[in-house]
Design a binder for this molecule. Structure first.
Ligand code: ATP
Length: 320
């Protein structure tokens, strides 16, 4: 039986993490458990940085971005000795189970803990949306909506000044934010790490657009595909446009979560605790076809999302 449940956030922060913490804590309290927060991810675990969580300590945080438990990267936890020490500290402090809220790196650490026989559940939260076992990760929808809002503002000034805006969004290895935002805002070109960059194609497109009277354009690039500055350098002077660079970067991590992210975080947080109560361990609670589903933690990285064939086709169709 679980009497004391710990929760931590790890990896990059994502809007909706607070909603997930709140849900984990309140579900634990509802089920007569003690809830404990671990500050600063796995680093805080190794430092024994535990704080008691009450109903009130998660009040008023639901729609705040970031994470009240803070987050950190911890190299020591990537070694087997680090995980051993983490499990020992959890047991010594009387914890019976742990919920890890984070991305696939964080889930690797969680799997290490579960493999030592300590009950663990994962809640997928990263703006990148690059994890298997869930249709969407917490934070992705908010990041895309923030990017869309920024691009809408840029379009206003782009059309007034005949400008080409090259907008860089986060996504070192995955182009989901660029793709989703680019499709939603009707970008003239979307550069993603999953598709080779074709500068000649971009030039041709911009020329055609100009010839048919279009006076402004937006290109969205994921940081892992090509930096906005490099693209600008390639295009500057060679086209009739006046290119400007905007790097949205960490702006996409901030702000209150969208309704989609906050409600998904609430459902997944509660689902994770319920799974632990049912005696499961080493699982993640994901949102699959609108329902909370459990799958092994390793599905997060073994069955990572890929850009679908239909979206690849859509990219070609929309970029005529
Ligand atoms: P994001 O997608 O936002 O980057 P993430 O959870 O993937 O989130 P990482 O920096 O990859 O972020 O991982 C967070 C932490 O998880 C690391 O700092 C480390 O403590 C732990 N971690 C990562 N990989 C492993 C691993 N292979 N084994 C054990 N722990 C790991």
């Amino acid at each position: 039986m679980i009497k004391k449940l710990a929760v931590l956030t790890s990896g990059g922060d994502a809007p909706g993490m607070n909603a997930a913490i709140r849900s984990v804590v309140r579900t634990a309290l509802y089920n007569n458990m003690e809830a404990v927060g671990i500050m600063n991810g796995y680093q805080g675990l190794l430092n024994g940085d535990f704080i008691p969580m009450s109903k009130g300590s998660v009040g008023g945080i639901l729609l705040h971005g970031g994470t009240i438990l803070r987050t950190a990267r911890c190299m020591e936890f990537m070694k087997p000795e680090g995980i051993d020490r983490g499990v020992e500290i959890l047991r010594k402090n009387g914890m019976d189970a742990l919920v890890v809220i984070g991305g696939d790196g964080s889930f690797h650490g969680a799997k290490g803990i579960a493999d030592k026989g300590f009950p663990v559940a994962g809640v997928p939260a990263t703006i990148d949306n690059d994890m298997g076992g869930t249709d969407f990760t917490i934070g992705f929808d908010t990041a895309c909506n923030t990017a869309l809002e920024c691009v809408a503002r840029l379009r206003d000034t782009a059309s007034s000044h005949d400008r080409l805006f090259i907008v860089e969004v986060m996504g070192r290895n995955a182009g989901f934010i660029a793709l989703q935002t680019g499709i939603a805002c009707g970008a003239e070109y979307i550069a993603i790490p999953e598709k080779p960059l074709d500068i000649d194609h971009i030039r041709t497109k911009l020329r055609y657009a100009r010839e048919r009277g279009k006076t402004h354009s937006i290109i969205i690039t994921a940081e892992g595909a090509c930096s906005a500055q490099k693209l600008c350098d390639e295009l500057k002077g060679k086209e009739d446009y006046d290119p400007r660079v905007v790097v949205l970067g960490h702006l996409l991590r901030g702000g209150h979560p969208t309704c989609t992210d906050a409600s998904m975080a609430a459902r997944l947080g509660a689902g994770a605790v319920q799974g632990l109560i049912n005696g499961e361990s080493g699982f993640m609670a994901g949102m699959v076809n609108g329902s909370v589903e459990f799958s092994p933690l390793e599905r997060a990285w073994k069955e990572k999302h890929e850009i679908s064939d239909s979206d690849m086709k859509l990219l070609s169709v929309l970029s005529i």
